[in-house]
Write a protein that binds this ligand. Sequence first.
Ligand SMILES: [Zn+2]
Length: 273
Amino acid sequence: MRSTVVTFPSGRTSGRSRIAGVVPVGDRHGLAVAETPFHPLDHTWPDQPADRGTIAGMPVLDCVTGALSSSGEAFVGGDIPVRRGAEGWEWLVLHVTSEPLPVGAEVELAVDAGFRAGLSAGHTACHLAALALNAALADRWRKEPALDGLGRPDFDQAAITSSRIVPYGSVDVYRLGKSLRKKGFPAEGLDPAQVARRVNEQLAAWVAAGAPVAIDVPGPELTARRTWRCSLPEGEASIPCGGTHVRGTGELGRIEVSLTLEEAALTMRTTCA
Ligand SMILES: [Zn+2]
């Protein structure tokens, strides 16, 4: 089996392909095809959930990442012993079903386009919220940290511990501990409500700007190093990203965040309509 070719980066939600192989996923069957519109959960950074839909008319119960070693040994999801895209491995989108299909069978693949649309909106909103948070926290830094695509200190990259995309939203968790302080970000006196207000003002301006969103796709395979780009009034922002997105900030209507600070964790909940 060769690495799966994926069409979801361009926004596709349907396709036709042939069964390339079947990998056991528990007591279910992970069907691999040559080319798919399905976005699987990534095993290294599981931010965007798996697409829903059907393969050959059967419900896709889950969609996960598979990896095939050079000796032909197959691993699934969290059991994959190497990082996303490691050399010498074939990377598979596995459509998990209750029944297997024969290798070579031609199948129709249909993604639930409504569920995907919600995740694409939520994922774009998530990236914009991260950039707006960087801007809102920029003047707190005491050292010169790595900068984001808009030239602001990249708080998001320095502090994020998890990111979960949901339909029309996301939940991002940042750790404000000792290691962030060493990087030059003291958290004393941080007022989450005040920061959220600044983030929301920035997001409203970006939505109003109707900024176009694009994904750079350097190769057709699942683990190609794709990049999200958004042409904002301040400049072009770019973030490495394997997920799906809307085509412009104008599609999002309104993006809002709320911030909560508990122990040393700052949680940003983003919603968009
Ligand atoms: Zn992303």
